[in-house]
Design a protein. Sequence first.
Length: 353
Amino acid sequence: MTRTALVVGATGIQGQAIAEQLVEEGWTVLGLSRNPQPQAGVTPVAADLLDPASVAAALNGLAPTHVFLTTWLRQPTEAENIRVNALMLRNLFDGLCPLGTVRHVALVTGLKHYLGPFEAYGQGQLPQTPFREDQGRLDIENFYYAQEDELFAAAERDGFGWSVHRPHTVIGKAVGNAMNMGTTLAVYAAICRETGRPFRFPGSAAQWNSLTDMTDARQLASQVIWAAETPAARDQAFNIVNGDVFRWSWMWHRLAEWFGIEAEDFDGVARPLAVQMADDAGIWSRIAARDGLIEGDITRLISPWHTDADLGRPIEVVTDMSKSRKLGFTAYRATDEAFMDLFERLRADRIIP
């Protein structure tokens, strides 16, 4: 049976990993983004999801059987997040509807489903951990819920199956991505090595001491493709993490070791990366010029605000994957190895020294 995937957000951390794995598995892959970049085996599709005419023109003549949604646009308020990101999905589904070829749509959201949006991140009354898929929505506005509602409405109208995937913080390779902890920490470590500054944990005591987990982008890719081809996974929401747990008090030293620097033990004082790295643009530009790196603009590589939000949470965050495990999804990734693999790729591609 023909399998043609439309990966929406194909140049991001999640979309790149999904597209790469689809290509490896022999799918025909279309990569939709506002500004497509060359990707092996991927046919670029340029569209502005906020412009219905742009979407309709881009999709004209295509016949995707499966759609993988990995994109969103950050706005200054949650109300605007809801309006803009719901509109993007509505325009996409309206453009896909006349084609009549879509059999399954996978939507990637995240643990803000349980933690709340950035405006109220990790605040108020939160569900007990580990987070489970059957926990209901929080009584608060959340653009993830708006995205889901657009998905559910389009599925009912057009008759396709769906799946929702909720990763924890994603480890993966992408330049210019709005939420990129792995590359942010790699750049931070490289600057600490260059300047002799201490490699200081930027977050909270709860994150330093408590158990947590993360999601390798390749692990996410494996699950969304599995769900797209598994009848029992139709119309289901799944958590997706690597399968291991760790404490940052251990992981922080592992990261430092890879870069050949000493990690400073957390002393109970939060030191956000947004503050620590506020004046690092010039330092990075000089490193990049000296070492022949491909990106000298530090703002294209780091997202301190997002890393600070994740590492500054006041509660333990661990995620249950029993639902997909029971249905046969058994993939696993060790999180420390996921970080090391990323750092190796960043170095090989001359993104970090």
